[in-house]
Write a protein that binds this ligand. Sequence first.
Ligand code: SF4
Length: 240
Amino acid sequence: MNWEPWTGCYKVSEGCKNCYFYGPYAKRYGQNTIKKTDKFDWPVRKNSKGEYSIKGNKILPTCFATDFFLPEADEWRKEIWGMIKERKDIEFLILTKRIDRFPISLPSDWGEGYDNVNIGCTIENQELADYRLPLFLSYPLKHRFIACSPLLESIDLTPYLSGIEHITVAGETGREARECDYEWVLDIRKQCVEASITFWYKSTGSLFRHNGTVQRINPYKQTSLAKDPNINILNGKKLF
Ligand code: SF4
């Protein structure tokens, strides 16, 4: 169960190249248009008994099919922060490729950050890691993770791991996907081990390079194949 208060998105960086929300299909069917969804106020909606429709004590992935920090959502985000503040019993997990827009529309009482907000800064190559992660680390946040997704090359994250709780890695999916080399994945895992950070290999992606051979992986097998080598380090961490 995800919360998508708005829909639509468009390219911001290299990792967006083959995204469903970008490219010819998206332009034809309007996914580039940013619109509120009918779930905009979902976390604070109540039933006839006055109870919240969404029960508490859960992790709620938020804006996984759009971007929380889109400029078109700057005004809406003010309301969203209010809802997040109200639902202290839910952990909101937010992924973004626009972390440089984090300070815009931040509530005045943000302080060092809300306890129930966990933000994942997405990076796909070294250049974006070097641009986004210093900013990410400079913002007041209680919980931070990195999502290397889609992983497009080998990345050295070691300068940026202090203050990071977790790293997730995934290859690119789709017919036009670029390859993801298992060696890059293992290298990030090694960096996590050395920094005592939890690690999750979420998906091989569609073009999987292993031992010098590239295989096309069926979409239904990308997650199970990533799970197979048993390289995740979760230390009891609950995942979305
Ligand atoms: S930011 Fe995310 S959702 Fe938006 S186009 Fe890029 S990959 Fe797609």
